[in-house]
Design a protein around this ligand. Structure first.
Ligand SMILES: [Zn+2]
Length: 63
């Protein structure tokens, strides 16, 4: 995986598990955290991984 850097601080971010509220789904997710400014980024893979199961569930309910 490519190393992520904070845009502001120009330092490598740390990969950490953070508590996240996304699309009304609470839970712990892997995120990139800047050790300097404490900025947090969730990787696109994590976001996609969250959205797809939700959509499948919705389709299942419509059948
Ligand atoms: Zn930073």
């Amino acid at each position: 995986m490519a190393e992520w850097h904070c845009h502001k601080c120009k330092v490598p971010t740390e990969e950490k598990e953070i508590e996240l509220l996304y699309m009304d789904m609470p839970g712990f997710q892997m995120a990139f955290v800047c050790p300097s400014c404490n900025g947090k980024w969730v990787s696109e893979e994590v976001v996609i991984g969250n959205i797809i199961p939700g959509e499948e569930e919705l389709e299942a309910k419509l059948e």
